[in-house]
Design a protein around this ligand. Structure first.
Ligand code: BG6
Length: 489
C-alpha cells in the first residue's frame, strides 16, 4: 500500500445491476466523491448494465438522486454535470448473450472517452454471477488488448463450501485470480485498517498480543436495524451467512494474524489465510443462536422461520500464539446499539498488593478498538483515586478519530476499495482460498442450525440478544458494550 496515491489512469467501469440499491447507495456516491475531490482522470466512463428499459438520461437522473440522498460529500450541481456526462446506460438481460458483444462495442466506441482499462462490478444478486462471467468470457471481454481487466464481486460468495468452490472455479475459467476482487466492505473501513497500523507500526503491543497476556478476545458486530426490505435474501442467509462467515471472520483474521512481511496483497492475505487454516472446528456447545421476537412477522419471512438473526460463537485458533485463548464473536439485528468493536481483554495481575473485598478481583485491562460508529480506541486500566488511602478506580485512556484527526469525515469503505481496485491493489480484498476456508469453518455451525441440532433462543428487540450468549462465555467474563464504555450485565 502506498502512503500517497498515484493518480488514477483512464478507466471504464461497467456496473452490472446498475438499477439496484447498491449502485444508488454506495457505488455512484463513491465515484461522485472522487469527482468532488479531483481524483478522477480526464478520461473515464461509468456504464450501467441492467435489464430495465432506461436511457442514458434516465440513468443519470436516477444516479443523481442516489448521490444527493446517500452521498458523503456535499452535492454540487456543476461537479455533477461534468461527472454525469461520463455516465452511460447499457440495457440487456444478464443471460442474454448478444448483450455482451454490444457492451464490447460500447466500450470500444471512440466517440466517448475510451480506455482499455476495464473494471467490471457485479452488483447483482449472486444467481446472476455465473451467467455474467461466462458471457464476458465468451465475448472476449475478460482481457484487454492494451490495458488491464478486473472484476469486483460482492458477497455472498456462495452459500456454503461446495457452492463457493464452484463459484471460484467458474470465475477462474474466465478470469485469473489476480483479476478477481472480492469485496468485504469491512476491510475498507478506516478503523479496520488502523488495526493493522496499530498492531504493526507500534512496538509496544505485539509483545503482549498473545496467550501469555490475553485472557480472551471479543468481536461484536451489533445492529439496531431489523431485516428491513431484504427479508427474501436474509431469511435464506441468516446472520451466519450474512455477517459471521465474512465480516466477523475478516475482523478475526486481522486481529489474530502474524505480522506480514510487507503490506501487500500476497503477504497480508497469506497471513490471514493461515489464521483461518488454524481455526479449531467449532463445537455445537460453543454456539448460541437467537431470533428477535417479531422477526417471523416481517414481510417476506417464513411464518415458522428458524433463521437466526443473532449468533454468538466461541472459537479457538490452534497455533503457538493463540493456544487456549477463546475468541468470542457475536452479531445480531435489532440489538440495543449499533456498534462494531473488538475488545482485547487482558489477564488479571497475578497477585494483588491491595486489599480486596471477599470474592473481589482486580479488574482486567481491556483494549477496545471501536470500528464504528464512535471510531477510536480505549484502554481501560486501574488508577489511584487521589487521597490518603490506596483506593482504586477503573479509568479509560481514549483516542478518538474525530478529535485527533481534526474532525475530517472518514471516507466510506467503498471509496477506499474502489480506488484500490482501480489501482490494482488487492490487499483489502478476499482471496479465493480465504473464502473457502471461512466457509469450511462456518458450514458446520449453519448446518447445526438448519438441522435444528441446537436450540434457537428468542430475544427482545432492543436487547443484547439471548442471555445464553453471556452464560456461554464462562465465569467472570462479560461482553463489553458500546465501545468499551461498560460491561454488559
Ligand atoms: C452487510 C449485511 O454486508 O453489512 C447487512 O448484508 C448489514 O445485513 C451490513 O446490515 C452492515 O454493514 P455496516 O457497514 O453498516 O456495519
Amino acid at each position: 500500500m502506498n502512503n500517497s496515491r498515484k493518480p488514477l489512469s483512464p478507466f471504464s467501469i461497467v456496473i452490472f445491476g446498475a438499477t439496484g440499491d447498491l449502485t444508488h447507495r454506495k457505488i455512484l456516491p463513491a465515484f461522485y466523491a472522487f469527482a468532488q475531490q479531483g481524483l478522477l482522470p480526464e478520461q473515464y466512463r461509468l456504464i450501467g448494465f441492467a435489464r430495465r428499459d432506461w436511457t442514458d438520461e434516465i440513468f443519470r437522473a436516477e444516479m443523481r438522486q442516489g448521490v444527493e440522498q446517500f452521498g458523503r460529500v456535499p452535492f454540487d450541481a456543476a461537479t455533477w454535470d461534468t461527472f454525469a456526462a461520463n455516465l452511460y446506460y447499457h440495457r440487456s438481460d444478464f443471460d442474454q448473450a448478444d448483450g455482451y458483444p454490444r457492451l464490447g462495442e460500447l466500450l470500444d466506441r471512440r466517440d466517448t472517452p475510451a480506455t482499455d482499462n476495464r473494471l467490471f462490478y457485479l452488483a447483482t444478486p449472486p444467481e446472476s454471477y455465473p451467467a455474467i462471467v461466462h458471457h464476458l468470457g465468451e465475448a472476449g471481454l475478460n482481457h484487454g488488448q492494451h490495458g488491464w481487466t478486473r472484476i469486483i464481486i460482492e458477497k455472498p460468495f456462495g452459500r456454503d463450501l461446495p457452492s463457493a468452490i464452484a463459484l471460484n472455479q467458474q470465475m477462474h475459467e474466465v478470469f485469473a485470480e489476480e483479476q478477481v476482487y472480492r469485496i468485504d466492505h469491512y476491510l475498507g473501513k478506516e478503523t479496520v485498517q488502523n488495526l493493522i497500523v496499530f498492531r504493526f507500526a507500534n512496538a509496544i503491543f505485539e509483545p503482549i498480543w498473545n496467550r501469555n497476556y490475553i485472557d480472551h478476545v471479543q468481536l461484536t458486530v451489533a445492529e439496531t436495524v431489523g431485516v428491513e426490505s431484504r427479508a427474501g435474501y436474509y431469511d435464506t442467509a441468516g446472520v451466519g451467512r450474512d455477517i459471521l462467515q465474512n465480516h466477523l471472520l475478516q475482523l478475526l483474521t486481522v486481529t489474530a494474524m502474524e505480522p506480514p512481511y510487507a503490506f501487500d496483497a500476497h503477504a497480508l492475505r497469506d497471513e490471514k489465510a493461515k489464521v483461518l487454516q488454524a481455526l479449531r472446528p467449532i463445537q455445537a456447545a460453543d454456539t448460541v443462536a437467537g431470533q428477535y421476537i417479531g422477526y417471523r412477522n416481517e414481510q417476506g419471512v417464513a411464518p415458522k422461520s428458524q433463521t437466526p438473526t443473532f449468533v454468538a460463537v466461541k472459537m479457538y485458533i490452534d497455533n503457538w500464539r493463540w493456544q487456549g485463548v477463546p475468541f468470542f464473536l457475536r452479531s445480531g439485528k435489532q440489538l440495543a446499539d449499533k456498534t462494531t468493536e473488538i475488545s482485547i481483554v487482558f489477564k488479571r495481575p497475578p497477585h494483588s498488593l491491595f486489599p480486596l473485598e471477599a470474592g473481589e478481583m482486580l479488574t482486567p485491562n481491556v483494549l477496545t478498538l471501536c470500528i464504528q460508529p464512535d471510531e477510536g480506541m480505549h484502554l481501560r486500566f486501574e488508577a489511584k483515586v487521589p487521597g490518603a488511602n490506596m483506593q482504586r478506580q477503573t479509568v479509560d485512556m481514549n483516542m478518538n478519530y474525530a478529535q485527533d484527526f481534526s474532525g475530517a469525515p472518514l471516507p466510506e469503505a467503498y471509496e477506499r476499495l474502489l480506488l484500490d481496485a482501480l489501482q490494482g491493489d488487492a490487499s483489502l480484498f478476499t482471496r479465493a482460498d480465504e473464502i473457502e476456508l471461512a466457509w469450511q469453518a462456518i458450514d458446520p455451525v449453519i448446518q447445526n442450525w438448519e438441522n435444528s441440532k441446537v436450540p434457537l433462543f428468542f430475544y427482545e428487540p432492543g436487547s443484547w440478544g439471548p442471555y445464553e450468549a453471556v452464560k456461554f462465555m464462562g465465569e467472570d467474563r462479560l461482553w463489553r458494550g458500546h465501545c468499551g464504555d461498560y460491561d454488559e450485565a
